[in-house]
Design a protein around this ligand. Structure first.
Ligand SMILES: Nc1ncnc2c1ncn2[C@@H]1O[C@H](COP(=O)(O)OP(=O)(O)OP(=O)(O)O)[C@@H](O)[C@H]1O
Ligand SMILES: [Mg+2]
Length: 300
């Protein structure tokens, strides 16, 4: 197979130069990010984006410089969750300025590029019937640009909200080889555990460290009496974590106020800090920080 370098002439586009320049940009961006973590789940709708937004807010509240990369290109929700939807992107000397949430979380998302557009993303191909063959490559290219062309600055932590599906992580790992690890999200149902177990295996096979498992929607807190009622009949996240030998990071109960805050782009951990769900998310952030710190200390 021919490599770029073997091709005589490129019509003046200097494609090798462009690729090398982008890779150099990516390396220098990543060098200024102390830790990167991917939030994943093979299962859709279990709360990956909600956990990402609230972890980011919790880290920001404790003084960290935080970035969020919305790696879900066709179902982007981070701009909405962080309350920055519709903010215009501006380009500075160092690249595209990531809009900041009220707590200062820097974010990049396809939603910021396609503001207001309600049509799904379609990758260009000779015919749309063939577009699936390009999807993986085009998604990787788009994510590489998000990482390389965004002026992230110095970050303590970058959190990547990965699209549902156990097959998405290798792309992220290819782009961020120094990824500290993944946080896996599940809900307490057998259906979820079946799929999420595959995500843990897939993460390991891809060579990613599994920092731990989060159980979301772990019961419903009765607003009047404070009792926690089960929502699902399945086994708890602790059992899944034990089965796969990964740390259990914590359980976050279902709380309609959390969904309402998300819809309004408010940081729930700050706005409703005293609720059981917010306390659980803040504890989760503290546990994750502790899991990240020893490695960070060793590097410093
Ligand atoms: N603990 C919770 N309590 C109440 N609502 C929640 C909770 N966690 C998530 N939600 C709500 O559930 C919905 C799905 O959450 P979210 O979008 O974070 O899931 P996701 O895993 O990122 O989905 P997708 O797979 O589509 O990316 C959202 O409306 C969110 O506000
Ligand atoms: Mg999501």
């Amino acid at each position: 197979m021919k490599k770029y370098r073997d091709i005589a002439g490129d019509g003046g586009s200097n494609i090798v130069g462009q690729v090398e320049a982008q890779q150099a940009r990516l390396r220098s961006r990543l060098a200024r990010i102390r830790r990167s973590v991917a939030v994943v789940s093979g299962k859709g709708g279990v709360g990956k984006s909600t956990v990402t937004a609230n972890l980011a807010a919790a880290f920001a509240l404790s003084g960290s410089a935080v970035g969020v990369l919305d790696a879900d290109l066709n179902g982007p929700s981070m701009a909405k969750l962080l309350g920055i939807r519709g903010q215009p992107l501006t380009t500075g000397a160092d690249g595209v300025e990531p809009p900041r949430s009220a707590l200062g979380v820097r974010a990049m998302s396809m939603d910021l590029l396609l503001a207001g557009d309600r049509t799904p993303l379609a990758w260009e191909a000779t015919t749309q019937a063939e577009s699936h063959t390009w999807r993986g490559t085009m998604e990787a290219n788009a994510l590489r640009e998000f990482l390389a062309d965004t002026a992230w600055g110095d970050l303590d932590v970058l959190i990547l909200d990965v699209a549902p599906g156990a097959d998405r992580l290798p792309t992220v790992l290819g782009l961020v080889p120094g990824l500290a690890g993944v946080v896996v999200v599940t809900i307490p149902s057998e259906v979820s555990h079946l799929v999420v177990g595959k995500s843990i295996t897939a993460a390991r096979q891809a060579g990613a460290a599994v920092l731990g498992l989060v159980e979301n929607m772990a019961g419903y807190v009765c607003a009047d009496c404070g009792a926690v009622n089960p929502l699902f009949s399945g086994p708890g996240g602790q059992a899944l974590a034990a089965e796969f030998g990964v740390p259990f990071l914590g359980a976050v109960p279902f709380d309609p106020r959390l969904a309402a805050a998300a819809d309004r782009g408010l940081a729930f951990v700050a706005a409703d800090a005293q609720t059981p769900a917010a306390r659980a998310l803040l504890a989760l952030a503290a546990t994750l920080r502790a899991a990240l710190e020893p490695a960070a200390g060793a590097r410093a």
